[in-house]
Design a protein around this ligand. Structure first.
Ligand SMILES: Cc1cc2nc3c(=O)[nH]c(=O)nc-3n(C[C@H](O)[C@H](O)[C@H](O)COP(=O)(O)OP(=O)(O)OC[C@H]3O[C@@H](n4cnc5c(N)ncnc54)[C@H](O)[C@@H]3O)c2cc1C
Length: 481
């Protein structure tokens, strides 16, 4: 047990007092040696070798200096770190893969609970289930499961952590065939604010199991997930680049909506990158860079892709049968983009919407401006809206607009551009997928949880985290009923 409030000077200075005091505690050495003595996992403090690397997150432009970074090796150690945060009032950041766009996985002056050392994965190929700890990325899990011809669906990027993507929902290349990541979540182990380790599933703590399927990191620290695995071995898909005209964009979306559930698509409208496989005359010109995955028989997959290839003469056509894990090529660990971004749902992308997209992309002054269109539906839409805390099941298309830029002082220009662009695209009721939210304020977090979802989450939060210990996230404040 860690010593509680050793120094009476700490009283009254805890909580939202900012980084200086926390840093002073660390400097005084009141907490770090003690934590080191109780954990097998590493505790990294300012001045230690590797501190700067350890506090770096995926998103560029985030430069926070935590008082300590604890890397527990098991759930008991996770519980000790959670208790330390509760007892000291230091801000707690929880990190799995470090890809939070809002930078929520690193704290200024607080504690980072970094789950990277917890990497156990047990696959039961006969039962088609897997237990996995939070240090694994989507890509690592997918290549391990791929050895058995099995998969659980995550997102479009291999380096994203299992922890964050699952707790927010998980929308990727198997979404129309097998649903969201949370639709394959069978059970979870969660350390709650009081330090207890709870196993949650449909029968045990069903309220918490409902909440962690979309409610993000608000309810505790997930230490393990049990997933259902699906038979997915060879898929047909890959990259298809088409010229970006209003007709091609609108028809692409129409075809993606009409396609069988086996086919999930992600279409990026962006300047063609100067890559060797892209003919030089297209470099820098707006194209539709689409990624398609048909998770079914190869012959039917080839047939399902015909309409997409026929939309225009492809600039690049890399569609082919491939082992599913190849959808995650290696990521560049040194890539830390600064981005202004907005995400929303729309009901349709017709020719006029496509023109709006092209017009906005053309006037951006960012190093790279991109619009991503994801056609939803299929299996993810067949789960009842109230079954999980992800409640956008009926929304048809997700749109993400982003400006990637280099100088932080240009932030206001690019933030204004994404705000204008999102307003021009808006259709129907407001809504946003929580995992694509940046630091956009409390009203936007509310938009992530439509209808009665918000009230239900706030009540469950009050049950499991009444003091809002887990607050460095897209926060759902506790509401005592
Ligand atoms: C390049 C890129 C591509 C992406 N593509 C997709 C995509 O295709 N589909 C999709 O659905 N999402 C996608 N995302 C969004 C991604 O799902 C979220 O950013 C997610 O939160 C990242 O998870 P992480 O574990 O890597 O991040 P972290 O930064 O480690 O975690 C994010 C937050 O989640 C919470 N959290 C994480 N782990 C735990 C845990 N074990 N227990 C409790 N709380 C925890 C914490 O609040 C934390 O601050 C993408 C993000 C990026 C940067």
């Amino acid at each position: 047990m860690l010593t509680k409030n050793k120094d009476s000077k700490m009283q009254g200075k805890r909580g939202s007092n900012g980084g200086d005091f926390a840093y002073a505690i660390a400097q005084e050495g009141l907490l770090i040696p003690e934590l080191r003595a109780t954990l097998k996992g590493r505790v990294i403090a300012p001045g230690d070798a590797g501190y700067d690397e350890a506090r770096t997150v995926f998103s560029g432009g985030i430069d926070r200096r935590p008082a300590m970074i604890a890397r527990p090796v098991d759930a008991t150690e996770v519980s000790r770190v959670v208790s330390l945060a509760r007892e000291t009032g230091l801000e707690l950041a929880v990190r799995s893969g470090g890809h939070s766009a809002a930078g929520h996985s690193v704290s200024e002056g607080g504690i980072v609970l970094d789950l990277r050392e917890m990497r156990a994965l047990h696959i039961d190929a006969e039962r088609c289930t897997a237990w996995v700890e939070m240090g694994l990325t989507a890509g690592e899990y997918t290549s391990a499961a791929g050895k058995y011809g099995l998969a659980t669906g995550f997102g479009d990027t291999g380096s994203v952590g299992i922890g964050g993507i699952t707790l927010g929902g998980g929308i990727g290349y198997l979404a129309r065939k097998h649903g969201l990541t949370i639709d394959s979540l069978l059970a979870a182990e969660i350390v709650t604010a009081d330090g207890q380790l709870l196993r949650v599933d449909a029968k045990t703590h069903p309220d918490l199991f409902w909440a962690v399927r979309g409610g993000g990191g608000n309810f505790g620290v997930a230490t393990r997930f049990q997933f259902r695995l699906h038979e997915v071995s060879t898929i047909v898909g890959g990259m298809l680049i088409l010229p970006a005209t209003p007709e091609v964009i609108a028809s692409f979306i129409a075809e993606a909506e009409a396609a069988p559930d086996e086919l999930s698509t992600i279409a990026n409208i962006m300047p063609a990158p100067p890559m060797p496989f892209v003919p030089a005359e297209h470099h820098g010109r707006l194209v539709v860079m689409a990624f398609l995955v048909y998770a079914g028989a190869v012959e039917s997959g080839a047939r399902a892709l015909v309409p997409f290839r026929a939309l225009a003469t492809p600039i690049v056509d890399m569609l082919r049968p491939m082992p599913y894990p190849e959808i995650y090529p290696p990521d560049d660990a040194s890539y830390h983009p600064i981005a202004a971004a907005r995400s929303l749902f729309v009901d349709a992308v017709d020719r006029r919407t496509a023109e709006t997209i092209l017009n906005h992309l053309q006037v951006s002054t960012a190093a790279m401006a991109v619009t991503q269109l994801r056609v939803l539906g299929g299996a993810l839409a067949r789960v009842p809206v109230e079954a999980t805390a992800y409640a956008h099941r009926k929304r048809r298309i997700m749109v993400n607009v982003a400006a990637l830029y280099e100088r932080l002082e240009d932030a206001a220009v690019h933030e204004a551009w994404v705000a204008d662009f999102a307003a021009a695209l808006r259709q129907g009721v407001a809504g946003v997928y929580v995992n694509f939210l940046g630091n956009e304020g409390a009203a936007r977090v509310r938009e992530a949880y439509p209808g009665s979802t918000w009230e239900r989450l706030a009540a469950i939060k009050a049950r499991y985290d009444p003091t809002n210990l887990f607050r460095l996230n897209h926060n759902i404040p506790p509401v005592i009923e």
